[in-house]
Design a protein around this ligand. Structure first.
Ligand code: AMP
Length: 307
């Protein structure tokens, strides 16, 4: 599908069926998004937004499916946000393939893809005002491992909320701390959006889908299974009656301490405070992060309600 053949101009101002049939409208500017959203609203449609960094996989597309259940028309953003990458992280080599992404987005009925340049999102360079979670919820786990990461995430998501004013925005449980902070941001700052969190989509062998999985060599790909395997084993310990969070945490850590895997954290935490707990219960989060070769992977599981 060629980007240039999309009926861009006519479709921005028209919530017409033939525009939806033409595949997603690709827009590069905030002004075009605003015009499109205004046309959708004028037609009485609820707007759903799925923010991504692209290189789409089934995990991203499941969020589009969920958004269709909650909104009349679904847009996606594709933006590799420099503000959320640390100086030694993979910003430059992060995988990108817009043509493929557009084809996949089209298959799932995405009406609009917003793929801005860095200059469009940050016209004056680094923003002078940004959004920061407090240390207690933003400084642990991924916030501890990646200083500044959540400032970058929350700031770009707040901008996307400002640009799209979506009725609903869908995020993945895969990045549960991120989703929790975004829901918290919307609540604390009174941003009128429903923040929806959708389940983790996995490969058949259990590996959580991630754009970064393409970095893994075949050997690393096998080693990476330690994360989902450890989560499954600890969940089983819980289901067999173990409630001591320190015991579960120890088992999680030893489960991911596998050949070729360098554990970063293994935690058993309260889903609201994100802090450690003494006793596990329904809704408790098991969260792991590890390096496999040069690739940093995260995964998590929610413990089921107590019987
Ligand atoms: P990313 O492109 O990695 O920034 O992810 C964009 C959105 O897709 C985020 O809300 C992620 O949590 C979500 N996501 C990524 N991987 C998965 C997955 N395996 N299952 C469900 N959602 C995912």
């Amino acid at each position: 599908m060629s980007v240039e053949t999309l009926a861009a101009e006519e479709c921005i101002d028209a919530a017409a069926a033939e525009c939806e049939d033409a595949g997603p409208l690709l827009v590069r500017t905030r002004a075009e998004v605003r015009a499109w959203v205004a046309a959708q609203r004028a037609a009485g449609k609820r707007v759903g937004l799925v923010p991504t960094m692209g290189y789409l996989h089934e995990g991203h597309l499941s969020l589009v499916d969920r958004a269709h259940e909650l909104a009349d028309v679904v847009a996606m953003s594709i933006f590799v946000n420099p503000l959320q990458f640390g100086p030694t992280e993979d910003l430059e080599r992060y995988p990108r393939d817009l043509e493929r992404d557009l084809a996949l987005a089209a298959e799932r009925g995405t009406a609009l893809v917003f793929a801005p340049s860095v200059a469009e999102m940050y016209p004056e360079g680094e923003p002078r005002v940004s959004i920061l979670p407090d240390e207690e919820i933003g400084g642990r786990l991924d916030g501890g491992s990646r200083p500044g990461h959540f400032r970058g995430v929350l700031t770009v998501v707040a901008k996307l909320f400002g640009i799209f004013t979506p009725d609903v925005a869908v995020f993945g449980q895969k990045d549960w701390q991120q989703a929790t902070l975004i829901a918290r941001m919307a609540a604390d700052l009174d941003i009128p959006v429903r923040v929806e969190v959708a389940p983790i989509v996995r490969e058949p062998d259990g590996l959580a889908m991630s754009s970064r999985n393409v970095y893994l060599s075949p050997d690393e790909r096998r080693s990476a299974l330690a994360l989902s395997r450890a989560l499954g084993q600890v969940r089983e310990m819980y289901e067999r009656g173990e409630r001591d969070a320190a015991v579960l945490r120890g088992a999680l850590w030893s489960g991911i301490s596998a050949p070729g895997v360098e554990p970063e954290y293994a935690e058993v935490v309260d889903p609201r405070t994100l802090g450690p707990i003494g006793r596990a219960g329904g809704g408790t989060v098991l969260a792991v992060a590890a390096r496999v070769g040069k690739t940093r992977l995260i995964d998590n599981a929610l413990l089921p309600p107590e019987a």
